[in-house]
Design a protein around this ligand. Structure first.
Ligand code: 9MR
Length: 443
């Protein structure tokens, strides 16, 4: 079987006999029709625009005015977490969370639930638990809280931040993880049983860059859940960005690759430290990346004014401390209204396409790297290979690894590629070539 695909972005999806979801076509409304709020402009393409909300600020009129005017989705910033909702074992406390939900529902806004199970912000009594008693307490918590809010939640962050940072690709060590590797799927099954109408999401940070081990690890878990019928509907990318962790050039690729697993993708806690046009450009890029991915269903920013932020000194939000719209706000609004330009680093750089000749025990892949609108000097192509697949040979590239996440870099003679031109390399492998989704990064 030979199958070739290309994509218009840095990555191409290559799949043998697997349907490929195309990117969304975003129709730009005529200028006269452009919506004037974040929620209304997102709604033009069927998406939502949300914010984290603190119950304690619902008496602040500036805050509430912006909330009611701009947003059509809310997330309780802290009020639905385990410590807030179950301060004592089996004794549930919903006062502050209910205030947020009631505020939203009364105004036709929807609610993202955050979060049913997490290693942080556990109540004291749970922090000291381990083993089967903790597993039972966690499942009871998921069941009780999801049942209390049954029918009122658009999407639940069922499990939050369960993977380790760094290059291990491992689960994060925690008391919940030590109850057994199946704790995440157990939480999802309990949530589905309690509220069958809510979308069930896995939510994490540092999962924005497609080449990061943590991103790959979450991708594999979602792929595995879908394959085994574990109920999962969405992946939340928190997307907390700053100078040390900027919006990656392959962000749209990451969104698309998760979406291609058959889940919705949501940007769940967006904030970008900075100011002025640099910050505005970054917010615009994130917004356009979501708009370009059909199953990226909405964006939530992690607070309203800079002064409401968990990292206020980085001024990472869309409104200043006085509630004025920042350049970042205008950039997001323009993007939602179909304006703005393609992010430069999505049209520069490289794209990758592969054709696969497969037989029952192995395959040969011929991989084509194409430079974008500018020449490139070096390229790296990453494949996340299926479990059990091993690379046995490579030509015209330098390879690291032979299974799992494998990278091919240019050799001394094929790193320089003129704008719009291509080079080819190839590899041979044993095992399955199904579902391959290579990405390309260049410099
Ligand atoms: O913004 C939240 C802050 O008020 C809390 O003190 C903090 C406690 O862990 O949690 C913050 O929200 C986090 C969210 O729940 C999960 N992703 C990271 C967010 C920022 O830390």
């Amino acid at each position: 079987m030979t199958l070739t695909t290309t994509s218009g972005s840095r990555a191409a999806l290559v799949a043998a006999a697997v349907a490929i979801t195309a990117g969304a076509v975003v129709l730009a409304p005529a200028a006269a029709d452009a919506a004037t709020t974040l929620g209304a402009s997102a709604a033009q393409s069927g998406r939502y625009f949300g914010t984290a909300v603190s119950a304690g600020k619902l008496s602040d009129s500036t805050y509430v005015n912006i909330l009611n005017r701009e947003f059509d989705m809310v997330t309780a910033e802290n009020e639905m977490k385990m410590d807030a909702t179950e301060p004592n074992p089996g004794q549930f406390s919903y006062g502050n969370a209910d205030r947020i939900v009631n505020h939203a529902v009364a105004r036709g806004m929807r609610v993202r639930g955050h979060a049913l199970a997490w290693h942080q912000q556990q109540p004291g009594w749970m922090q000291s638990m381990e083993g089967s008693a903790l597993r039972q307490a966690m499942l009871n918590h998921v069941t009780q809280v999801a049942t209390h809010y049954r029918g009122k939640i658009y999407a639940w962050d069922v499990v939050n931040e369960a993977f380790a940072d760094g290059s291990s690709g491992a689960r994060r060590d925690s008391n919940l993880q030590r109850t057994g590797n199946d704790w995440i799927e157990a939480a999802f099954r309990a949530a589905r049983a309690a509220d069958p109408g809510a979308k069930l999401c896995y939510n994490d940070y540092n999962t924005d860059d497609w080449s990061h081990a943590k991103t790959q690890a979450v991708y594999r878990m979602v792929q595995d859940f879908k394959a085994r019928g574990v109920p999962i509907d969405c992946v939340g990318l928190q997307s907390h960005f700053n100078a040390a962790s900027p919006v990656p050039g392959n962000y749209q690729t990451t969104l698309q690759n998760f979406a291609d697993l058959g889940v919705d993708v949501q940007i769940t806690e967006l904030d970008i430290e900075g100011s002025g046009s640099a910050q505005a450009d970054a917010f615009g890029r994130v917004t356009r990346a979501c708009l370009a991915v059909t199953r990226c269903t909405g964006i939530t920013v992690w607070g309203i004014r800079d002064t409401d932020s968990w990292r206020a000194s980085g001024t990472p939000l869309l409104f200043d401390g006085s509630g004025n719209k920042k350049a970042a706000y205008t950039s997001v609004l323009d993007a939602l209204n179909g304006g703005g330009t393609t992010p430069p680093d999505e049209s520069d750089g490289c794209t990758v396409a592969a054709s696969v000749n497969a037989w029952n025990t192995g395959f040969v892949a011929t991989v084509r790297v194409t430079a974008g609108s500018a020449a490139i000097n070096a390229w790296t192509v990453t494949f996340a290979l299926p479990t059990g697949t091993t690379v046995t040979g490579t030509w015209n590239a330098e390879r690291s690894g032979d299974s799992g996440t494998v990278q091919w870099k240019n050799t001394t003679y094929n790193g320089n590629v003129a704008a719009g031109q291509s080079v080819e390399f190839g590899f041979q492998g044993t095992g399955s070539s199904a579902g391959l989704s290579p990405t390309c990064v260049s410099s």
